[in-house]
Design a protein around this ligand. Structure first.
Ligand code: N01
Length: 500
Protein backbone atom coordinates (compact mmCIF):
# COMPACT_ATOMS: atom_id res chain seq x y z
CA UNK A 1 0.00 0.00 0.00
CA UNK A 2 1.30 3.42 -0.99
CA UNK A 3 0.08 6.84 0.10
CA UNK A 4 0.59 10.52 -0.62
CA UNK A 5 -0.71 13.97 0.33
CA UNK A 6 -1.36 16.72 -2.24
CA UNK A 7 -3.27 19.96 -2.54
CA UNK A 8 -5.07 18.89 -5.69
CA UNK A 9 -5.77 15.46 -7.16
CA UNK A 10 -6.99 15.21 -10.74
CA UNK A 11 -8.61 11.94 -11.80
CA UNK A 12 -8.00 11.02 -15.44
CA UNK A 13 -5.52 12.20 -18.06
CA UNK A 14 -7.64 12.78 -21.13
CA UNK A 15 -8.44 16.26 -22.45
CA UNK A 16 -10.02 17.17 -19.09
CA UNK A 17 -7.27 15.87 -16.81
CA UNK A 18 -4.43 17.34 -18.86
CA UNK A 19 -6.25 20.67 -19.14
CA UNK A 20 -6.69 20.61 -15.35
CA UNK A 21 -2.96 19.96 -14.95
CA UNK A 22 -2.15 23.03 -17.04
CA UNK A 23 -4.67 25.07 -15.05
CA UNK A 24 -3.02 23.93 -11.77
CA UNK A 25 0.39 25.03 -13.04
CA UNK A 26 -1.01 28.39 -14.12
CA UNK A 27 -2.59 28.86 -10.69
CA UNK A 28 0.79 28.25 -9.08
CA UNK A 29 -0.35 25.03 -7.42
CA UNK A 30 2.80 23.06 -6.94
CA UNK A 31 1.38 20.11 -5.10
CA UNK A 32 -0.87 18.22 -7.48
CA UNK A 33 -1.12 14.76 -8.97
CA UNK A 34 -2.96 13.32 -11.97
CA UNK A 35 -4.25 9.83 -11.17
CA UNK A 36 -4.49 7.66 -14.28
CA UNK A 37 -5.64 4.05 -14.33
CA UNK A 38 -3.85 3.23 -17.62
CA UNK A 39 -0.17 3.33 -18.56
CA UNK A 40 -0.41 6.35 -20.88
CA UNK A 41 -2.24 9.68 -21.13
CA UNK A 42 -4.99 10.43 -23.64
CA UNK A 43 -8.26 9.07 -22.21
CA UNK A 44 -10.75 8.21 -24.91
CA UNK A 45 -8.15 9.10 -27.58
CA UNK A 46 -5.78 6.52 -26.13
CA UNK A 47 -8.42 3.81 -25.75
CA UNK A 48 -10.33 4.10 -29.03
CA UNK A 49 -7.97 2.81 -31.69
CA UNK A 50 -10.45 1.11 -34.01
CA UNK A 51 -9.77 1.46 -37.76
CA UNK A 52 -11.09 4.76 -39.07
CA UNK A 53 -11.32 6.37 -35.60
CA UNK A 54 -11.35 10.15 -35.90
CA UNK A 55 -13.03 13.12 -34.32
CA UNK A 56 -16.30 14.42 -35.73
CA UNK A 57 -15.45 18.00 -34.73
CA UNK A 58 -12.62 19.62 -36.74
CA UNK A 59 -9.38 19.51 -34.75
CA UNK A 60 -8.63 23.20 -35.13
CA UNK A 61 -11.57 23.59 -32.74
CA UNK A 62 -11.34 20.24 -30.95
CA UNK A 63 -8.06 21.19 -29.25
CA UNK A 64 -6.98 23.47 -26.42
CA UNK A 65 -7.19 27.21 -27.10
CA UNK A 66 -3.87 27.57 -25.25
CA UNK A 67 -2.14 24.84 -27.26
CA UNK A 68 -3.05 25.45 -30.87
CA UNK A 69 -1.50 23.07 -33.35
CA UNK A 70 -0.64 24.41 -36.78
CA UNK A 71 0.34 20.89 -37.92
CA UNK A 72 -3.07 19.21 -38.14
CA UNK A 73 -2.83 17.17 -41.32
CA UNK A 74 -6.48 17.58 -42.28
CA UNK A 75 -9.79 18.98 -41.03
CA UNK A 76 -10.74 15.74 -39.25
CA UNK A 77 -7.45 14.03 -38.36
CA UNK A 78 -7.43 10.40 -37.31
CA UNK A 79 -7.11 9.21 -33.71
CA UNK A 80 -3.29 8.72 -33.68
CA UNK A 81 -2.80 12.41 -34.48
CA UNK A 82 -5.09 13.47 -31.65
CA UNK A 83 -3.38 11.08 -29.23
CA UNK A 84 0.02 12.46 -30.31
CA UNK A 85 -1.29 15.99 -29.79
CA UNK A 86 -2.27 15.14 -26.20
CA UNK A 87 1.14 13.55 -25.59
CA UNK A 88 2.77 16.72 -26.92
CA UNK A 89 0.70 18.89 -24.56
CA UNK A 90 1.81 16.56 -21.73
CA UNK A 91 5.47 17.05 -22.72
CA UNK A 92 5.26 20.79 -23.34
CA UNK A 93 3.74 21.43 -19.92
CA UNK A 94 6.00 18.82 -18.24
CA UNK A 95 2.99 16.95 -16.96
CA UNK A 96 4.43 13.44 -17.25
CA UNK A 97 6.12 13.59 -13.86
CA UNK A 98 2.78 14.66 -12.37
CA UNK A 99 0.90 11.60 -13.58
CA UNK A 100 0.65 8.57 -11.35
CA UNK A 101 0.00 5.79 -13.87
CA UNK A 102 -1.76 2.58 -12.90
CA UNK A 103 -3.74 4.30 -10.13
CA UNK A 104 -7.25 2.99 -10.77
CA UNK A 105 -9.51 5.02 -8.47
CA UNK A 106 -12.17 3.02 -6.66
CA UNK A 107 -13.44 5.43 -4.01
CA UNK A 108 -13.25 9.14 -3.26
CA UNK A 109 -14.28 9.88 0.34
CA UNK A 110 -14.56 13.23 2.13
CA UNK A 111 -12.89 13.30 5.53
CA UNK A 112 -14.68 16.08 7.38
CA UNK A 113 -12.27 16.31 10.31
CA UNK A 114 -9.24 16.56 8.06
CA UNK A 115 -10.96 18.79 5.47
CA UNK A 116 -9.74 16.63 2.61
CA UNK A 117 -10.59 13.84 0.22
CA UNK A 118 -9.22 10.36 0.63
CA UNK A 119 -8.79 8.70 -2.76
CA UNK A 120 -8.40 4.94 -2.70
CA UNK A 121 -7.32 2.82 -5.66
CA UNK A 122 -8.52 -0.71 -6.40
CA UNK A 123 -5.09 -1.87 -5.21
CA UNK A 124 -5.58 -0.14 -1.84
CA UNK A 125 -3.22 2.81 -2.42
CA UNK A 126 -4.40 6.07 -0.87
CA UNK A 127 -3.90 9.72 -1.81
CA UNK A 128 -5.14 12.53 0.46
CA UNK A 129 -6.05 15.74 -1.38
CA UNK A 130 -7.56 19.05 -0.27
CA UNK A 131 -9.41 19.27 -3.57
CA UNK A 132 -10.35 16.87 -6.35
CA UNK A 133 -11.11 17.41 -10.02
CA UNK A 134 -12.89 14.44 -11.55
CA UNK A 135 -12.00 14.27 -15.24
CA UNK A 136 -12.96 10.68 -15.97
CA UNK A 137 -14.93 11.65 -19.08
CA UNK A 138 -18.36 10.43 -20.13
CA UNK A 139 -17.03 7.97 -22.73
CA UNK A 140 -14.72 5.86 -20.60
CA UNK A 141 -16.93 2.88 -19.80
CA UNK A 142 -17.76 0.69 -22.83
CA UNK A 143 -21.37 -0.59 -22.78
CA UNK A 144 -21.58 -4.28 -23.67
CA UNK A 145 -25.03 -5.71 -24.38
CA UNK A 146 -25.86 -9.01 -22.68
CA UNK A 147 -27.17 -10.89 -25.73
CA UNK A 148 -28.27 -14.42 -24.74
CA UNK A 149 -25.46 -16.85 -25.54
CA UNK A 150 -22.79 -14.17 -26.08
CA UNK A 151 -20.28 -16.11 -23.96
CA UNK A 152 -20.82 -19.20 -26.16
CA UNK A 153 -19.46 -17.45 -29.26
CA UNK A 154 -16.43 -19.43 -30.41
CA UNK A 155 -14.86 -16.61 -32.45
CA UNK A 156 -13.32 -13.37 -31.20
CA UNK A 157 -15.64 -10.77 -29.70
CA UNK A 158 -14.57 -7.30 -28.63
CA UNK A 159 -15.87 -3.78 -28.11
CA UNK A 160 -14.94 -1.01 -30.56
CA UNK A 161 -13.27 0.85 -27.67
CA UNK A 162 -11.03 -2.17 -26.95
CA UNK A 163 -10.00 -2.95 -30.50
CA UNK A 164 -8.06 -6.21 -30.84
CA UNK A 165 -5.26 -5.34 -33.25
CA UNK A 166 -3.96 -8.89 -32.86
CA UNK A 167 -7.11 -10.27 -34.52
CA UNK A 168 -6.86 -10.19 -38.30
CA UNK A 169 -10.12 -9.55 -40.13
CA UNK A 170 -8.71 -10.49 -43.53
CA UNK A 171 -10.99 -12.92 -45.28
CA UNK A 172 -13.18 -13.33 -42.17
CA UNK A 173 -16.93 -13.18 -41.68
CA UNK A 174 -17.37 -10.20 -39.39
CA UNK A 175 -20.41 -8.81 -37.58
CA UNK A 176 -20.61 -5.23 -36.31
CA UNK A 177 -23.39 -4.43 -33.85
CA UNK A 178 -24.41 -0.78 -33.86
CA UNK A 179 -24.72 2.10 -36.28
CA UNK A 180 -23.54 4.98 -34.06
CA UNK A 181 -20.56 7.34 -34.26
CA UNK A 182 -18.01 4.53 -33.81
CA UNK A 183 -19.59 2.04 -36.26
CA UNK A 184 -19.97 4.67 -38.96
CA UNK A 185 -16.20 5.19 -38.89
CA UNK A 186 -15.01 1.60 -38.53
CA UNK A 187 -17.37 -0.13 -41.00
CA UNK A 188 -16.03 1.73 -44.09
CA UNK A 189 -12.47 1.17 -42.81
CA UNK A 190 -12.77 -2.63 -42.61
CA UNK A 191 -15.35 -3.42 -45.33
CA UNK A 192 -12.75 -4.09 -48.03
CA UNK A 193 -10.63 -6.40 -45.85
CA UNK A 194 -13.29 -8.84 -44.74
CA UNK A 195 -14.89 -11.67 -46.68
CA UNK A 196 -18.34 -10.71 -45.47
CA UNK A 197 -19.65 -8.03 -43.14
CA UNK A 198 -23.02 -8.04 -41.36
CA UNK A 199 -23.94 -4.67 -39.87
CA UNK A 200 -26.62 -5.15 -37.22
CA UNK A 201 -28.72 -1.99 -37.23
CA UNK A 202 -31.27 -1.33 -34.50
CA UNK A 203 -31.87 2.30 -35.39
CA UNK A 204 -30.52 4.06 -38.50
CA UNK A 205 -28.71 7.38 -37.90
CA UNK A 206 -29.04 10.77 -39.61
CA UNK A 207 -25.84 11.39 -41.53
CA UNK A 208 -24.37 14.56 -43.03
CA UNK A 209 -21.47 14.74 -45.49
CA UNK A 210 -18.05 15.22 -43.88
CA UNK A 211 -16.18 18.20 -45.28
CA UNK A 212 -12.77 16.64 -44.69
CA UNK A 213 -9.79 18.11 -46.56
CA UNK A 214 -6.06 17.64 -46.24
CA UNK A 215 -4.25 20.72 -44.91
CA UNK A 216 -1.75 21.90 -47.53
CA UNK A 217 1.78 22.58 -46.33
CA UNK A 218 1.55 26.29 -47.15
CA UNK A 219 -1.41 26.63 -44.81
CA UNK A 220 0.41 24.89 -42.00
CA UNK A 221 3.34 27.30 -42.44
CA UNK A 222 0.93 30.22 -42.51
CA UNK A 223 -0.67 29.11 -39.25
CA UNK A 224 2.74 28.57 -37.69
CA UNK A 225 4.01 32.06 -38.56
CA UNK A 226 0.74 33.96 -38.33
CA UNK A 227 -1.14 32.22 -35.49
CA UNK A 228 -3.93 34.80 -35.51
CA UNK A 229 -5.01 33.37 -38.88
CA UNK A 230 -5.39 29.98 -37.26
CA UNK A 231 -7.43 31.59 -34.48
CA UNK A 232 -9.70 33.16 -37.07
CA UNK A 233 -10.14 29.76 -38.65
CA UNK A 234 -10.91 28.27 -35.23
CA UNK A 235 -13.57 30.89 -34.57
CA UNK A 236 -15.08 30.35 -38.01
CA UNK A 237 -15.49 26.64 -37.23
CA UNK A 238 -16.83 27.50 -33.79
CA UNK A 239 -19.46 29.82 -35.27
CA UNK A 240 -20.50 27.20 -37.83
CA UNK A 241 -20.88 24.51 -35.18
CA UNK A 242 -22.74 26.91 -32.88
CA UNK A 243 -25.16 27.71 -35.69
CA UNK A 244 -26.16 24.03 -35.75
CA UNK A 245 -27.57 24.42 -32.24
CA UNK A 246 -30.46 26.39 -33.75
CA UNK A 247 -31.78 23.13 -35.21
CA UNK A 248 -31.57 21.37 -31.85
CA UNK A 249 -32.74 24.05 -29.43
CA UNK A 250 -35.35 26.01 -31.28
CA UNK A 251 -38.78 25.31 -32.62
CA UNK A 252 -39.33 28.12 -35.10
CA UNK A 253 -38.96 28.47 -38.86
CA UNK A 254 -35.16 28.38 -38.85
CA UNK A 255 -35.10 25.17 -36.77
CA UNK A 256 -37.62 23.53 -39.08
CA UNK A 257 -35.77 24.61 -42.20
CA UNK A 258 -32.49 23.28 -40.80
CA UNK A 259 -34.12 20.00 -39.78
CA UNK A 260 -35.56 19.55 -43.28
CA UNK A 261 -32.17 20.32 -44.80
CA UNK A 262 -30.48 17.66 -42.64
CA UNK A 263 -33.14 15.11 -43.63
CA UNK A 264 -32.68 15.95 -47.28
CA UNK A 265 -28.90 15.67 -47.10
CA UNK A 266 -29.11 12.19 -45.54
CA UNK A 267 -31.64 11.06 -48.13
CA UNK A 268 -29.42 12.34 -50.93
CA UNK A 269 -26.48 10.36 -49.54
CA UNK A 270 -28.62 7.22 -49.20
CA UNK A 271 -30.09 7.51 -52.70
CA UNK A 272 -26.63 7.87 -54.20
CA UNK A 273 -25.68 4.41 -52.90
CA UNK A 274 -29.06 2.65 -52.75
CA UNK A 275 -31.21 3.23 -55.85
CA UNK A 276 -33.71 0.58 -54.65
CA UNK A 277 -36.25 2.61 -52.61
CA UNK A 278 -37.21 -0.40 -50.49
CA UNK A 279 -33.66 -0.94 -49.25
CA UNK A 280 -33.12 2.82 -48.94
CA UNK A 281 -36.21 3.16 -46.74
CA UNK A 282 -34.68 0.88 -44.08
CA UNK A 283 -31.81 3.34 -43.72
CA UNK A 284 -33.93 6.45 -43.15
CA UNK A 285 -34.39 7.31 -39.46
CA UNK A 286 -37.82 8.06 -38.05
CA UNK A 287 -36.66 10.24 -35.14
CA UNK A 288 -35.91 13.94 -35.34
CA UNK A 289 -32.36 14.80 -36.54
CA UNK A 290 -30.19 15.57 -33.51
CA UNK A 291 -32.22 13.52 -31.03
CA UNK A 292 -29.46 10.93 -31.30
CA UNK A 293 -26.04 12.27 -32.21
CA UNK A 294 -25.94 13.58 -35.76
CA UNK A 295 -23.22 11.72 -37.64
CA UNK A 296 -20.93 12.79 -40.45
CA UNK A 297 -19.48 10.53 -43.13
CA UNK A 298 -18.76 10.42 -46.84
CA UNK A 299 -18.37 6.66 -47.06
CA UNK A 300 -20.93 5.09 -44.71
CA UNK A 301 -23.64 4.34 -47.28
CA UNK A 302 -21.20 3.40 -50.03
CA UNK A 303 -19.64 0.90 -47.58
CA UNK A 304 -23.07 -0.55 -46.73
CA UNK A 305 -23.79 -0.88 -50.45
CA UNK A 306 -20.71 -3.03 -51.11
CA UNK A 307 -21.54 -6.54 -52.39
CA UNK A 308 -19.89 -8.19 -49.37
CA UNK A 309 -21.80 -6.06 -46.82
CA UNK A 310 -25.32 -6.68 -45.50
CA UNK A 311 -27.36 -4.40 -43.28
CA UNK A 312 -29.31 -6.63 -40.92
CA UNK A 313 -32.40 -4.85 -39.63
CA UNK A 314 -34.05 -7.79 -37.84
CA UNK A 315 -33.28 -7.66 -34.12
CA UNK A 316 -30.66 -9.85 -32.49
CA UNK A 317 -32.29 -12.82 -30.72
CA UNK A 318 -29.31 -14.81 -29.54
CA UNK A 319 -25.66 -15.61 -30.12
CA UNK A 320 -24.27 -19.13 -30.39
CA UNK A 321 -20.85 -20.61 -31.10
CA UNK A 322 -20.99 -19.82 -34.82
CA UNK A 323 -22.84 -16.53 -35.06
CA UNK A 324 -26.04 -14.58 -34.46
CA UNK A 325 -29.68 -15.56 -34.95
CA UNK A 326 -32.03 -12.68 -35.68
CA UNK A 327 -35.76 -12.31 -35.07
CA UNK A 328 -36.52 -13.41 -38.68
CA UNK A 329 -34.97 -16.80 -37.80
CA UNK A 330 -31.92 -16.21 -39.97
CA UNK A 331 -28.57 -17.36 -38.73
CA UNK A 332 -25.62 -15.10 -39.55
CA UNK A 333 -22.37 -17.04 -39.50
CA UNK A 334 -19.50 -15.05 -38.01
CA UNK A 335 -15.81 -15.48 -37.18
CA UNK A 336 -15.47 -12.13 -35.39
CA UNK A 337 -18.05 -10.01 -33.59
CA UNK A 338 -17.42 -6.30 -32.99
CA UNK A 339 -19.63 -4.52 -30.46
CA UNK A 340 -19.83 -0.87 -31.52
CA UNK A 341 -22.48 -0.46 -28.87
CA UNK A 342 -21.36 2.76 -27.22
CA UNK A 343 -20.68 3.74 -23.65
CA UNK A 344 -22.36 3.71 -20.24
CA UNK A 345 -22.73 7.49 -20.32
CA UNK A 346 -25.77 7.95 -18.09
CA UNK A 347 -24.44 5.70 -15.37
CA UNK A 348 -22.68 8.54 -13.55
CA UNK A 349 -20.73 8.73 -11.34
CA UNK A 350 -19.94 5.07 -12.02
CA UNK A 351 -17.43 3.41 -12.03
CA UNK A 352 -16.12 5.63 -9.21
CA UNK A 353 -17.75 5.86 -5.79
CA UNK A 354 -17.89 9.35 -4.24
CA UNK A 355 -18.79 9.58 -0.56
CA UNK A 356 -19.38 13.18 0.47
CA UNK A 357 -20.09 15.02 3.67
CA UNK A 358 -22.20 13.01 6.17
CA UNK A 359 -21.40 9.81 4.28
CA UNK A 360 -23.73 10.62 1.38
CA UNK A 361 -23.09 8.48 -1.70
CA UNK A 362 -23.15 10.55 -4.91
CA UNK A 363 -24.83 7.71 -6.83
CA UNK A 364 -27.75 7.97 -4.39
CA UNK A 365 -27.71 11.78 -4.43
CA UNK A 366 -28.06 11.55 -8.24
CA UNK A 367 -30.52 8.67 -8.32
CA UNK A 368 -33.49 10.85 -9.34
CA UNK A 369 -31.49 13.41 -11.27
CA UNK A 370 -27.82 14.30 -11.72
CA UNK A 371 -28.23 17.76 -10.21
CA UNK A 372 -25.20 20.06 -10.29
CA UNK A 373 -24.36 23.69 -10.88
CA UNK A 374 -23.36 23.89 -14.55
CA UNK A 375 -22.18 20.28 -14.32
CA UNK A 376 -19.23 21.43 -12.22
CA UNK A 377 -20.08 21.27 -8.51
CA UNK A 378 -22.52 19.33 -6.30
CA UNK A 379 -23.97 20.13 -2.88
CA UNK A 380 -22.68 17.90 -0.07
CA UNK A 381 -19.39 17.33 -1.93
CA UNK A 382 -16.97 20.09 -0.89
CA UNK A 383 -13.85 20.94 -2.89
CA UNK A 384 -14.91 18.60 -5.69
CA UNK A 385 -15.25 19.68 -9.30
CA UNK A 386 -16.29 17.77 -12.40
CA UNK A 387 -15.11 18.26 -15.97
CA UNK A 388 -17.51 17.27 -18.78
CA UNK A 389 -19.92 16.42 -15.96
CA UNK A 390 -23.69 15.85 -16.11
CA UNK A 391 -25.64 18.38 -18.12
CA UNK A 392 -22.66 19.59 -20.14
CA UNK A 393 -22.62 17.13 -23.06
CA UNK A 394 -23.08 18.58 -26.53
CA UNK A 395 -24.62 17.48 -29.78
CA UNK A 396 -23.21 20.25 -31.91
CA UNK A 397 -19.90 21.68 -30.71
CA UNK A 398 -16.55 20.91 -29.09
CA UNK A 399 -16.55 19.44 -25.59
CA UNK A 400 -12.99 20.80 -25.22
CA UNK A 401 -14.52 24.30 -25.29
CA UNK A 402 -16.84 23.30 -22.41
CA UNK A 403 -13.93 21.80 -20.45
CA UNK A 404 -11.98 25.05 -20.79
CA UNK A 405 -14.94 27.08 -19.49
CA UNK A 406 -15.17 24.71 -16.52
CA UNK A 407 -11.44 25.07 -15.90
CA UNK A 408 -11.78 28.86 -15.91
CA UNK A 409 -14.33 28.62 -13.10
CA UNK A 410 -12.32 26.05 -11.13
CA UNK A 411 -9.13 28.10 -11.49
CA UNK A 412 -10.95 31.16 -10.17
CA UNK A 413 -12.42 29.18 -7.27
CA UNK A 414 -9.00 27.84 -6.29
CA UNK A 415 -7.45 31.31 -6.54
CA UNK A 416 -10.24 32.70 -4.33
CA UNK A 417 -9.79 29.93 -1.74
CA UNK A 418 -6.05 30.44 -1.53
CA UNK A 419 -6.17 34.23 -1.37
CA UNK A 420 -9.16 34.50 1.01
CA UNK A 421 -8.07 31.69 3.34
CA UNK A 422 -10.97 29.40 2.59
CA UNK A 423 -10.37 25.75 3.47
CA UNK A 424 -13.46 24.37 1.82
CA UNK A 425 -16.34 25.44 -0.39
CA UNK A 426 -19.57 23.58 -0.93
CA UNK A 427 -22.35 24.36 -3.38
CA UNK A 428 -25.53 25.57 -1.69
CA UNK A 429 -28.37 23.07 -2.02
CA UNK A 430 -30.83 25.75 -3.16
CA UNK A 431 -28.46 26.81 -5.96
CA UNK A 432 -28.17 23.23 -7.14
CA UNK A 433 -31.94 22.76 -7.04
CA UNK A 434 -32.58 25.93 -9.04
CA UNK A 435 -29.84 25.11 -11.53
CA UNK A 436 -31.16 21.60 -12.12
CA UNK A 437 -34.79 22.76 -12.35
CA UNK A 438 -33.77 25.24 -15.06
CA UNK A 439 -31.85 22.56 -16.93
CA UNK A 440 -34.77 20.15 -16.86
CA UNK A 441 -37.28 22.83 -17.86
CA UNK A 442 -35.19 23.89 -20.83
CA UNK A 443 -34.12 20.47 -22.02
CA UNK A 444 -37.78 19.42 -22.24
CA UNK A 445 -38.26 21.67 -25.27
CA UNK A 446 -35.11 20.57 -27.10
CA UNK A 447 -34.62 17.89 -29.74
CA UNK A 448 -33.03 15.58 -27.16
CA UNK A 449 -36.40 15.17 -25.44
CA UNK A 450 -38.30 14.73 -28.70
CA UNK A 451 -38.92 11.02 -28.26
CA UNK A 452 -36.02 8.81 -29.31
CA UNK A 453 -33.94 6.54 -27.11
CA UNK A 454 -30.36 7.76 -26.87
CA UNK A 455 -27.39 7.81 -24.54
CA UNK A 456 -28.42 11.33 -23.55
CA UNK A 457 -31.42 9.88 -21.66
CA UNK A 458 -31.21 8.01 -18.37
CA UNK A 459 -33.26 4.95 -17.46
CA UNK A 460 -35.64 7.14 -15.44
CA UNK A 461 -36.37 9.14 -18.61
CA UNK A 462 -34.45 12.26 -17.61
CA UNK A 463 -32.10 14.00 -20.04
CA UNK A 464 -29.31 14.64 -17.55
CA UNK A 465 -26.35 14.56 -19.86
CA UNK A 466 -26.72 17.47 -22.22
CA UNK A 467 -26.42 21.25 -22.02
CA UNK A 468 -29.69 22.66 -23.39
CA UNK A 469 -28.25 25.89 -24.72
CA UNK A 470 -25.51 27.33 -26.85
CA UNK A 471 -21.91 26.96 -25.73
CA UNK A 472 -21.63 30.75 -25.86
CA UNK A 473 -24.32 31.00 -23.19
CA UNK A 474 -22.53 28.35 -21.15
CA UNK A 475 -19.28 30.33 -21.39
CA UNK A 476 -21.00 33.54 -20.36
CA UNK A 477 -22.73 32.02 -17.33
CA UNK A 478 -20.34 29.33 -16.12
CA UNK A 479 -16.87 30.83 -16.53
CA UNK A 480 -16.90 32.86 -13.32
CA UNK A 481 -16.71 31.58 -9.78
CA UNK A 482 -19.59 33.11 -7.79
CA UNK A 483 -18.73 32.92 -4.05
CA UNK A 484 -22.36 33.61 -3.09
CA UNK A 485 -23.37 30.24 -4.55
CA UNK A 486 -21.21 28.44 -1.97
CA UNK A 487 -20.98 27.70 1.76
CA UNK A 488 -17.45 28.22 2.98
CA UNK A 489 -15.29 27.25 5.92
CA UNK A 490 -12.34 29.41 6.88
CA UNK A 491 -8.84 28.00 7.05
CA UNK A 492 -5.74 27.56 4.98
CA UNK A 493 -6.49 25.79 1.74
CA UNK A 494 -4.21 22.86 1.15
CA UNK A 495 -3.41 22.28 4.78
CA UNK A 496 -4.66 18.85 5.70
CA UNK A 497 -5.52 18.55 9.39
CA UNK A 498 -3.87 15.44 10.85
CA UNK A 499 -6.39 12.78 11.91
CA UNK A 500 -6.91 12.42 15.61
O1 N01 B 1 -22.06 4.65 -29.45
P1 N01 B 1 -23.59 5.05 -29.71
P2 N01 B 1 -20.78 5.05 -30.26
N1 N01 B 1 -28.62 -4.29 -29.67
O2 N01 B 1 -24.25 4.93 -28.37
C1 N01 B 1 -26.40 0.11 -30.89
C2 N01 B 1 -18.67 9.67 -29.26
N2 N01 B 1 -17.85 9.38 -30.38
O3 N01 B 1 -19.62 4.39 -29.64
O4 N01 B 1 -29.33 3.52 -31.72
C3 N01 B 1 -28.46 -3.71 -30.86
O5 N01 B 1 -23.72 6.31 -30.46
C4 N01 B 1 -27.16 1.40 -30.82
O6 N01 B 1 -28.46 1.22 -31.35
P3 N01 B 1 -29.65 2.27 -30.96
C5 N01 B 1 -19.89 10.44 -29.70
O7 N01 B 1 -20.19 11.40 -28.76
C6 N01 B 1 -17.28 10.45 -30.88
O8 N01 B 1 -21.00 4.86 -31.72
O9 N01 B 1 -29.54 2.47 -29.45
N3 N01 B 1 -27.84 -2.55 -31.06
C7 N01 B 1 -26.26 2.31 -31.65
O10 N01 B 1 -26.48 2.13 -33.02
C8 N01 B 1 -20.91 9.36 -29.73
O11 N01 B 1 -22.20 9.84 -29.62
C9 N01 B 1 -16.49 10.31 -31.93
O12 N01 B 1 -30.87 1.62 -31.37
C10 N01 B 1 -27.36 -1.93 -29.96
C11 N01 B 1 -24.86 1.80 -31.28
O13 N01 B 1 -25.02 0.48 -30.80
C12 N01 B 1 -20.45 8.49 -28.59
O14 N01 B 1 -19.05 8.48 -28.68
C13 N01 B 1 -16.28 9.08 -32.53
C14 N01 B 1 -27.49 -2.47 -28.67
C15 N01 B 1 -24.23 2.61 -30.19
O15 N01 B 1 -24.06 3.89 -30.67
C16 N01 B 1 -20.87 7.08 -28.68
O16 N01 B 1 -20.69 6.59 -30.00
C17 N01 B 1 -16.87 7.97 -31.99
C18 N01 B 1 -28.17 -3.70 -28.54
N4 N01 B 1 -28.34 -4.28 -27.36
C19 N01 B 1 -17.66 8.14 -30.89
N5 N01 B 1 -26.92 -1.64 -27.78
C20 N01 B 1 -15.90 11.55 -32.38
O17 N01 B 1 -15.68 11.73 -33.49
C21 N01 B 1 -26.45 -0.59 -28.48
N6 N01 B 1 -26.72 -0.77 -29.78
C22 N01 B 1 -15.67 12.64 -31.38
Amino acid sequence: MDSGVVELAIIGSGFGGLGAGVMAIEQGIDSFVILERAKAVGGTWRDNTYPGCACDIPSHLYSFSFAQNSEWSRSYPAQPEIEEYLERVTDNYRLHSRVRFGFDVAEVRWLQEQTCWSITSHEGDIVLASAVISATGPLSQPATPDFPGLSDFAGEVFHSANWRHDVSLDGKKVGVVGTGASAIQLVPAIADDVEHLDVFQRTPPWVLPRDDRPAPLWRRYLYQWLPFLQRLHRWRIYARQEFLSLAFLGKGKIANAMTERIKQETKTLIDASFPDPEIAAALVPTFKPGCKRLLISNDWYSALAKPNVDVVTASIERVDATGITTSDDRHHELDVLVLATGFAVTDFPSPLTFIGRNGVNLAEHWEDGASTDFGITVSGFPNLWFLAGPGTGLGHNSIVFMIEVQLQQIGRALRYMRSESVASIELRQEVEDASYAELQRRVATTVWASGCSSWYIRENGRVDTIWPGTTTEYWWRARRFAPNRYLMTAGRFGQITPSR
